[in-house]
Design a protein around this ligand. Structure first.
Ligand code: HPA
Length: 266
């Protein structure tokens, strides 16, 4: 960890990020107009290489609306073969760099007919169906406690700001529970029915481990899903990665606007 921090500090000097943003599939457009210091994951000791198409794999340190931020363009997924520890390592690094707020975005499948593809959903809570937890193992007391509370994980305060911004921008923002399975196979229709029955609105293969670690590190967390498709069994079209990335690009523009406005106000 100290080696990672030293290396990053050698690139960013005394820049101290307070906000982290993790961009999901196809959401790279958010960064297009931003200038700053870019560091590919492949150069950072302790970071695993990102292997998914549509994910760039670099950190961008920059100022957005006069907030100092670090943006993850592309994340690490459990299904790539990384441990949950490796998947969430960047979150711990961000904490050590001074980050106290994090925006987690993802592409997700809808579990409900009335949550249509192209919608943006504020995550109110999650269900961890990955079968493991990123905090398993020896605890680092400098980051957080052994048995962290997961109440109000997705900060009500930040969600209220997000909803205010959506209203002002005329965006029909939805809200719901995000469920995560490991992937990389998409869910079966029976699994999709089960998730809906258990109270989830959307499903994906990321975010939950990072959210758990961010909350453990006492960060304020804002989670936003871009609904890219109907999950299996809800439409005639089977979920596929091309559709996810393409819808991410289209609806991602609206999400980019929403995030920019939100960042001004948090
Ligand atoms: N299922 C799981 N993950 C996803 C989906 C889906 O339908 N769409 C985008 N990510």
């Amino acid at each position: 960890m100290q080696e990672t921090i030293n290396f990053i500090k050698s690139k960013i000097n005394d820049f101290k990020p307070e906000l982290a943003i993790v961009l999901g599939s196809g959401l790279g457009a958010f960064c297009d107009s931003l200038d700053g210091v870019r560091i590919p994951y492949s150069e950072i000791t302790g970071f695993a290489p990102s292997t998914v198409k549509g994910h760039k794999g670099e950190l961008l340190f920059c100022e957005i609306h006069s907030k100092k931020a670090v943006i993850m363009q592309g994340r690490f997924h459990f299904y790539e073969g990384h441990s949950l520890g490796a998947t969430t390592y960047p979150i711990k690094v961000f904490k050590k760099l001074g980050v106290n707020k994090i925006i987690l975005t993802n592409a997700a499948g809808s579990l409900k007919k009335d949550l249509t593809p192209g919608s943006i959903m504020a995550i109110s809570d999650h269900i961890n169906f990955m079968g493991s937890n990123p905090l398993i193992g020896e605890n680092d007391e400098t980051l957080g406690t052994r048995f962290p509370d997961m109440n109000d994980l997705y900060s009500k305060r930040l969600r209220d700001v997000l909803f205010d911004c959506a209203k002002d921008l005329n965006i029909d923002l939805k809200e719901g529970v995000y469920s995560a399975l490991t992937g990389p196979s998409y869910e079966t229709p029976a699994e999709v029915r089960m998730l809906a029955l258990l109270g989830a609105s959307a499903t994906g293969m990321s975010t939950v481990p990072e959210a758990i670690v961010a909350k453990y590190c006492s960060m304020e967390v804002l989670g936003v899903s871009l609904i890219t498709n109907y999950a299996a069994g809800l439409s005639d079209v089977a979920p596929n990665h091309k559709e996810v990335v393409e819808m991410g690009k289209v609806a991602g523009l609206e999400l980019s606007k929403l995030l920019h406005e939100t960042i001004k106000r948090i």
